[in-house]
Design a protein around this ligand. Structure first.
Ligand code: ATP
Length: 363
């Protein structure tokens, strides 16, 4: 059974009059890979620092294994942090970098040797002990930083954009390695990134942040398939977001037409936003589809054509089609009722969950 290891309850953080965290409530279970995902300045690093003990929260509780740790100093918390710039000691070799925390803790010499060797093996750097930091690639430095953190056997590892300095190829390789490492070690990872693809690929659970608030939390699939609001739909993946209104349960209007939908539990005539993912749309001759559009541009992307088109109301539509179109051509768009995802304006996550639950299996 999974146990909650870290919990934030009603956490607020203010710098003077500026609120940077607003009523943060998150639960982190043992042994899972969590990601804080959001744009720059959304509060991701502030959450990590609050858990690590590098800053005091203004209000609320930080709990570790159910105990309040707001007043426990950073060096006494069972968490470790891997920073964006790795913060390795450039004048020490690999072994000494990894051994540093153990020496501070006055661990016996033989134990230090064994534990450093084991940590280097885990990150696949056996034999690199006496290498200087400057003689390592970015990816190797990143692994030293992780070895230095895991050698202290933390229960939770906090990773603050640890891949951001790497080039695209190495970044991808390291994503696989990180995921594999987390599964092998069984340590809880809390990873910070502003890269939505990275978050979707790596995480068991994602907290989507914006403006100091958790906008939505859930598995990558939940968040991708059921974004709760405009921000999440726009930030995660590519989306067509169109204004409309709910006619009644399972019936929605947009683009001047009525459509069947799979959403319910809203007020009749309530204004809503409708999300359609480009990969759920395709093109067909006029008269055979649901929305008529004029093709503006298209790009061949290898396994699909990326088409930009406009409807008669001037809405832009992004379509990933297996069929090519011609510039300026008028076509219809096809999609299924289950591809239409309806979002209420300003619905809270609790209300969203409750509404989904009350209509589950009701179709
Ligand atoms: N010491 C400070 N004093 C005042 N404001 C601060 C301080 N530290 C952070 N902030 C503000 O708090 C907000 C959240 O910052 P935070 O570093 O948590 O964002 P982030 O999501 O991690 O961003 P990034 O992806 O750019 O690292 C920002 O608006 C930032 O300017």
């Amino acid at each position: 059974m999974s146990e909650v290891i870290v919990e934030l309850k009603h956490v607020n953080k203010m710098y003077g009059q500026t609120v940077v965290l607003k009523d943060i409530n998150i639960e982190i279970e043992q042994g899972k890979f969590y990601t804080l995902l959001g744009p720059s300045g959304s509060g991701k690093t502030t959450i990590l620092r609050a858990i690590a003990g590098f800053l005091d929260v203004t209000e609320g509780d930080v709990l570790f294994e159910g105990k309040r740790i707001n007043d426990v100093p950073a060096n006494e918390r069972k968490v470790n942090t891997v920073f964006q710039d790795y913060a390795l000691f450039p004048h020490m070799n690999v072994f000494d970098n990894v051994a540093y925390g153990l020496r501070i803790r006055k661990v016996k010499k033989d134990d230090i040797k064994n534990r450093v060797e084991a940590a280097l093996k885990m990150v696949r750097l056996t034999g690199y002990d006496s290498r200087e930091i400057s003689e390592l690639s970015g990816g190797q430095q990143q692994r030293v930083a992780i070895a230095r953190a895991i050698v202290l056997e933390p229960q939770v590892l906090l990773l603050d954009e640890p891949l951001s300095a790497l080039d695209a190829k190495l970044r991808k390789d390291m994503q696989y390695e990180l995921r594999e490492l987390q599964q092998r070690l069984g340590i809880t990872f809390l990873f910070v990134t502003h890269d939505q693809e990275e978050a979707l690929a790596l995480s068991d659970e994602i907290f989507v942040m914006n403006d100091g608030k958790v906008q939505q939390s859930g598995t990558p699939v939940d968040i991708y398939d059921e974004p709760i609001n405009h921000f999440v739909a726009d930030f995660i993946g590519e989306s067509n977001i169109i204004a409309g209104h709910m006619i009644g349960d399972y019936r929605v209007e947009f683009n001047g037409k009525e459509f069947d939908s799979v959403d319910a539990g809203m007020k009749p005539n309530e204004p809503v936003e409708v999300v359609l993912r480009p990969e759920d749309l395709d093109i067909t001759p006029v008269g055979e589809g649901k929305v008529t559009v004029e093709v503006d541009t298209q790009l061949f992307r290898g396994d699909y054509y990326e088409i930009v088109a406009y409807d008669r109301l001037g809405n832009e539509w992004l379509v990933h089609s297996t069929n090519p179109a011609k510039d300026g051509e008028t076509v219809d768009l096809t999609f299924d009722a289950e591809d239409i995802h309806v979002m209420r304006l300003n619905e809270s996550e609790e209300d969203f969950d409750a509404r989904l639950e009350s209509y589950e299996g009701d179709e």
